[in-house]
Design a protein around this ligand. Structure first.
Ligand code: AMP
Ligand code: MG
Length: 365
């Protein structure tokens, strides 16, 4: 007696499944990925949302395998251990080396891809203990920090397969751009799978694609650097569509010794964690400003390098840099140690201060 009921239910389910075409706004996949030392959340919409989300994950894992400093088999590790000899690299590392060397030059070495030996000495490369290196050790290691050596050794045109070299004794650290570059590549995946909207959060690197299903912009919180333990404590919220928003801050990774806090963003001018008066820098750019072949940096990679560099530069130099930059446009949210939030003109109508944060709000143009 029960069988016809089950058959009827199955038939009803089957019919419902067939009858309702996938609604691009409601079809959604959300996956968490732990990679590149951080928890990432990938949310895609549209009829291909499921394969698209997993293709994004594949992109991240593939890049991590090439760019990790802790994996001894990664291409970056092989390059770092080659004693200055040229080694075969994949297309991503070949391309990213050039991007990172150019971005190092453009930020006058505030971002410097060869800062790796100093990052390691502090224990921020992973695998080592955190410690405060002696000034003597830092001075010795700082002699190896020179992005020009990578630039000078860059092999153009690429061989087949491409090869790359760095200076003897040098090592590279792409931790300051890898997630931004991953976001640039994820954008290609979203296009390939015709994803109408997505929210990709790679630690401090966010890519919002399209708007929310109700047509309004995505809301991207700028974490309050003074309350890092509370992930829901924001300095303010950005209303964004089709944008990269990348945040760097000393609160993201640090250790304490004898009452002093040491964070992971190293000023190549001193060898010490940057002490510029800023507690975080968020860089925002339009994600479609990707002019392949134009010589301009990819916008996600650019935002990532600039967030690290401008955090080191401090308020005055960072704002000068923003005013005089002639490449792909970007905007800024700076949070200062003396409790101010400074927002550049292009974001003024897209940023809402969180009143409970207690920050004073300023705009600059
Ligand atoms: P981000 O979170 O993007 O600001 O990147 C910080 C990471 O970049 C650190 O964990 C280091 O791996 C690396 N890094 C630290 N200081 C610098 C620097 N001055 N230039 C380039 N990379 C850096
Ligand atoms: Mg960065």
């Amino acid at each position: 007696m029960r069988r016809p009921v089950i058959c009827f239910l199955l038939l009803a389910l089957f019919l419902t499944g067939c009858a309702a075409p996938t609604d691009p706004d409601t079809a959604q996949e959300s996956i968490q990925v732990i990679a590149m030392d951080t928890a990432m959340l990938i949310t895609t919409y549209g009829e291909h949302s499921v394969p698209a989300a997993y293709a994004c994950e594949d992109t991240i894992r593939d890049l991590e395998k090439q760019l990790s400093r802790t994996d001894p088999d990664s291409e970056v590790s092989r390059l770092n251990n080659a004693g200055g000899e040229a080694v075969e690299v994949g297309e991503d590392l070949y391309f990213l080396l050039h991007e990172a060397a150019c971005l190092s030059a453009e930020t006058a070495g505030a971002f410097d891809l060869t800062v790796a030996p100093v990052v390691s000495a502090w224990g921020f490369a992973g695998g080592e203990e955190y410690r405060v290196p002696s000034q003597e050790e830092l001075d010795r290691l700082l002699e190896l920090v020179d992005y020009n050596a990578v630039y000078d050794r860059y092999i153009i045109p690429p061989t087949d397969p491409p090869k790359a070299a760095i200076g003897p004794g040098q090592a590279i650290d792409l931790g300051g751009v890898a997630k931004g570059y991953a976001a640039d590549k994820i954008m290609e995946v979203l296009q390939e799978y015709e994803v109408p909207r997505a929210n990709i959060s790679l630690g401090g690197n966010v890519l919002v694609w399209g708007g929310r299903p109700d047509g309004t912009p995505w809301r991207v919180g700028v974490q309050d650097p003074a309350r890092p333990e509370d992930k829901n404590a924001f300095a303010g919220v950005l209303a964004l569509t089709d944008s990269f928003a990348v945040t760097s801050g000393g609160y993201q990774r640090y250790f304490e010794e004898n009452g002093t806090r040491y964070h992971h963003i190293i000023d190549p001018a001193t060898g010490y964690p940057a002490d510029s008066g800023l507690t975080s820098v968020t860089v925002v750019a339009d994600c479609h400003d990707k002019n392949a072949g134009s010589g301009d940096p990819y916008p996600g990679t650019m935002c990532d390098a600039f967030s690290t560099a401008l955090f080191i530069m401090g308020e005055e130099r960072a704002l000068d840099f923003w005013k005089t930059w002639e490449g792909t446009p970007f905007e800024l949210v700076l949070v200062t140690e003396d409790d101010r939030v400074i927002v550049t003109g292009g974001l003024a109508d897209r940023f809402t201060l969180d009143e409970s944060s207690g920050y004073a709000y300023e705009t600059v143009s």
